[in-house]
Design a protein around this ligand. Structure first.
Ligand code: GUN
Length: 287
């Protein structure tokens, strides 16, 4: 079997053209211009590149974006004051604090200072705790982007055996909750799962979502033919090429569908961020 490649890049572009642009036009007609602010502390090179993609998708959708850059000497108190100003600025609908933050700043405190109604990353505790109603609020972007990717490629979720590798607060745990809410039979594998648990679950998986942050960890021999693979990882190999958490060549010869790295989950995370920003503007201007 040679897998169909699920292009998150193409699907994200389609969503921008067919869904996001019309939603922004409707808001514009009401005199509303959706606006996203990205707070960027320091100069992490990977963050620079992620932020460029966020700005690009925002512009293509008609969302105004502003990057506020601060030196890595910024204190936690200064950052909290900046967030407070943004929370109180009615012209701003969404704000994200680009991670990682410099050492010495309490990420949890900073994230939870963002007003839940402007938390378009979906990282605050209040937005993360309600994942069973993920349609009704600002859901975390990567998990919601994965669900959109499965829906757009017509992958059935209900009653399917889904294995989620990794139980991070930002991806593994919330995507597992969302999939359970959609009626999937979800198994979470993590660093403390035994080898027997892992191999037995992997062999049975209809859908496999890998978000462990380990380069090319999963190989095709561990899986059953026809599995749908969603690869959340991104790593730079010694030869300079990008790869994911799954070994693409061996996995694509056994899967029915697979996301590539780059161009798979990444663009879906960003398009969901922009969609959340529009949603925040829509909610604020509901009649
Ligand atoms: N750093 C890497 N990915 C992300 C993301 O999705 N949001 C934020 N705020 N920071 C990140």
């Amino acid at each position: 079997m040679t897998a169909e490649i699920i292009s998150g890049k193409d699907i994200a572009q389609q969503i921008i053209n067919d869904e996001l642009q019309p939603r922004v036009e409707l808001l514009n007609k009401k005199g509303v211009q959706p606006k996203l602010v990205v707070i960027f502390v320091g100069d992490n090179p990977a963050s620079q590149s992620y932020i460029r993609q966020k700005e690009k998708f925002a512009t293509q959708s008609g969302v105004f974006s502003e990057v506020r850059r601060f030196p890595d000497t910024m204190t936690e108190a200064e950052l909290l004051a900046e967030i407070d100003d943004i929370n109180n600025d009615d012209s701003i609908h969404g704000v994200i604090v680009q991670l990682p933050l410099p050492d010495g700043i309490d990420v949890n405190r900073v994230i939870n200072a963002i007003s839940p109604t402007k938390d378009v990353d979906g990282f605050t505790d209040s937005n993360n705790e309600n994942l069973d109603i993920h349609e009704a609020f600002l859901a975390p972007c990567t998990p919601k982007g994965i669900i959109t990717l499965l829906d757009k490629t017509r992958v059935t979720i209900k009653d399917q055996k889904v294995v989620v590798m990794g139980r991070s607060r930002i991806v593994g745990r919330p995507v597992a909750e969302m999939l359970k809410f959609r009626g999937a039979n979800v198994t979470i594998l993590h660093s403390k799962s035994t080898n027997t648990e892992k191999s037995s679950a992997l062999k049975k998986a209809d859908i496999l979502i890998v978000a462990v942050g380990k380069q090319e960890l999963v190989h095709g021999e561990e899986l059953s033919p026809g599995v749908v693979i969603i690869d959340v990882g991104i790593h730079r190999k010694e030869d300079g090429k990008l790869c994911g958490d799954v070994h693409f060549d061996s996995c694509s010869s056994i899967a029915s569908k697979i996301t590539p790295v780059p161009g798979g989950v990444g663009p879906m995370t960003v398009v969901t961020l922009i969609s959340n920003t529009i949603k925040a503007a829509e909610e604020k201007n509901k009649v």
